[in-house]
Design a protein. Structure first.
Length: 600
DNA sequence: GAGGTATAG
DNA sequence: TTTTCTATACCTC
């Protein structure tokens, strides 16, 4: 798929032929003359497919904990499902197990063989040893002290079967193939998902701890062989510093333009086993602008497969929406105005697509927020008084990337940084029955151009390689509950009175003044205390998807470890739906039941 | 709050 | 040409 002069992404067939992401078009054609390149400028379809993928996967799990990573990956926390099935597992007949997918309906689920893993494992099992570790789980299970390692073994097996089931459902019901990793946290499940791709799944086998009787931890073994830069959370800056350090260079004496994979061969083990290495040394090595406070211990954890980050529910609305374009040359005000106008039109359209929904009672609708079809043409900005805003951004930001001035000594400065200015977003952009073109026009004149002048005060002393226009600082309208999985709804309703003071949820609603906003800031979940997966090993799955055809379908399943059933913060004033288990205030249940009866 | 850095797909 | 177009979290001031 092409953007500008670049192949931005390609499917596995193309990769097998030697193509890769961010490759120049001409290179790609040379490598693979019969390549089919499609323009990939309009991502509307992909956004929609991504949303569909996410909603589908989320609908299959109990916890509501489904987190997106990009368009095509989803982490799922399925701990509760695994624990439920673990508790009712009959160890005398593992081969004839039934996996329950519904707490209250024992008919819902599938048959499976709990004496082995579904799909691949890492390390791969040469010989199928179906009964390993299970011998210790005797019929007297209840009175025996079963080791954490044995429980983890079974939980991961269950996870592997659930993953296989979900992948099958995804293919049957949605037509997406997928790749999945199953482990106890996001880091491990994502990485182990890479072991067999595409269209496959891999479970990271125990032991997760190194012990005298069991032996070396598979987690360490697995992590140790990873290139330092392949570890999620260690990007090019950190890996560069780590490489320099591990190779014995004085970080200050680092020289040479480090580009591409500069120096290879530095693995996680090289850093981990480096003399005197530890969180403090790492903190020292990695410190610098842009690194966060905790970098040392964070990276030290990553090297050991430790990742305490929980799986976060996706938000109803994004935190920001931005539209950008890059240019070979952009240095006149006339050109700039034209581009700002184009970007602003796009931005308004995206705001309507992603920040509004069809109006409906209780905010519990049939999920039909498909305004996409109306929003396509460049002038086709939706004008629809029956829609309402899900969130009002309060800030508009304009960023540019000035082309670095060529130095007199011929050396081109490498700095390629963005600069930005922001300002409150005027409320006229929320008028749903004004033509978008007029809104964009007004916005450019009154807000965007002044911002541009702030960024570039000299009338014609700029050469821009990029412009970005963004809206940020979303104020969500609290009557929507669809991303809460039921958990926060009690709290949201408690706040509704205050919220309604500020927001007209109708056609002409206007953003409240900044002074008026009440306690919406801490609408986030209570902070949970989390344990290290290695201290308390419990299975997690990550599913990633195959990158086939049009759709990148990476779904990551993470089976718990973060949430215990006793602290999920459900509000007291709520009932739960007998069909789907969603938690909601009693008065919302009637409408919710109608939703089940009439799904589309 | 404002502006910038780092990371990811 | 460290590139494309986004999105997020977190840093300092």
């Amino acid at each position: 798929m092409q953007q500008k002069h670049i192949i931005v992404t390609c499917n596995y067939a193309a990769r097998r032929r030697g193509l890769h992401k961010l490759q120049l078009i001409r290179e790609a054609r040379k490598t693979c003359p019969d390549v089919i390149i499609v323009l990939g400028e309009d991502l509307t379809r992909f956004r929609k497919a991504s949303k569909d993928l996410y909603n589908f996967l989320k609908s299959q799990i109990w916890s509501g904990r489904a987190e997106r990573l990009g368009f095509d990956e989803v982490f799922l926390d399925v701990s509760d499902i695994i624990d439920f099935n673990l508790n009712i597992l009959n160890y005398n007949s593992l081969s004839d197990s039934f996996f329950h997918l519904d707490r209250s309906d024992p008919e819902v689920g599938f048959l499976y063989d709990a004496s082995y893993y579904a799909g691949n494992t890492f390390p791969s099992s040469k010989l199928k040893d179906p009964c390993r570790a299970i011998s210790t789980l005797s019929p007297s299970f209840g009175t025996l002290s079963v080791s954490d390692a044995d429980i983890l073994e079974v939980r991961l097996r269950l996870g592997s079967h659930l993953a296989q089931y979900l992948r099958h459902q995804l293919e049957e019901q949605r037509g997406y193939t997928s790749t999945v990793g199953i482990s106890t946290n996001k880091l491990l499940s994502k990485l182990v998902g890479n072991v067999n791709k595409p269209n496959n799944q891999t479970t990271l086998r125990p032991p997760y701890l190194t012990t005298p009787d069991i032996g070396q931890s598979n987690v360490l073994m697995f992590m140790d062989d990873h290139e330092i830069g392949k570890i999620p959370g260690i990007g090019c800056k950190l890996s560069h510093k780590l490489r320099n350090y591990a190779l014995g260079h004085d970080p200050k004496l680092d020289e040479g333009p480090v580009w591409g994979p500069p120096r290879d061969g530095v693995k996680a083990r090289d850093v981990r086993l480096h003399p005197v290495m530890g969180p403090d040394v790492l903190a020292e090595v990695l410190k610098g602008p842009g690194s966060h406070k905790d970098t040392g211990s964070k990276v030290w954890g990553l090297l050991h497969g430790v990742d305490n980050a929980g799986i976060e529910r996706a938000r109803i609305v994004p935190r920001q929406i931005s539209i950008e374009d890059s240019y070979l040359r952009l240095d006149t005000l006339t050109q700039v105005k034209k581009e700002l106008y184009k970007l602003t039109i796009s931005l308004i359209r995206r705001m309507h697509l992603d920040l509004t929904e069809a109006d409906s009672d209780y905010g519990i609708d049939r999920g039909d927020d498909d305004v996409e079809d109306h929003g396509k043409g460049s002038r086709g900005i939706i004008v629809d008084a029956t829609r309402r805003w899900l969130a009002h951004p309060r800030t508009l930001r304009l960023s540019t990337r000035p082309r670095p001035p060529t130095q007199s000594d011929g050396t081109r400065s490498r700095a390629f940084k963005r600069i930005s200015r922001s300002t409150p977003l005027p409320s006229f952009v929320f008028r749903l029955n004004d033509p978008g073109v007029l809104i964009a026009d007004k916005l450019v004149d009154e807000v965007v151009l002044p911002l541009f002048s702030q960024l570039h005060p000299e009338a014609s002393d700029y050469d821009l390689s990029l412009i970005n226009v963004a809206v940020t600082d979303m104020m969500e309208t609290a009557s929507d509950n669809r991303n809460s999985g039921g958990r926060d709804i009690g709290r949201m309703f408690k706040r509704q009175d205050e919220v309604l003071k500020n927001w007209r949820v109708e056609d002409r609603d206007v953003a409240p003044s900044q002074d008026d906003r009440n306690g919406l800031d801490d609408i986030d979940r209570d902070t949970q205390s989390m344990k290290s997966p290695l201290e308390t090993p419990r299975p997690t799955e990550v599913a990633k998807g195959s990158e086939d055809e049009v759709l990148h379908t990476q779904a990551s399943l993470v089976d718990d470890m973060v949430w215990d059933s006793d602290d999920d913060g459900e509000p007291e004033l709520s009932g739960s739906c007998s069909t789907c288990g969603a938690i909601m205030p009693p008065f919302a249940m009637a409408a919710h039941e109608r939703f089940h009866l009439n799904p589309d």
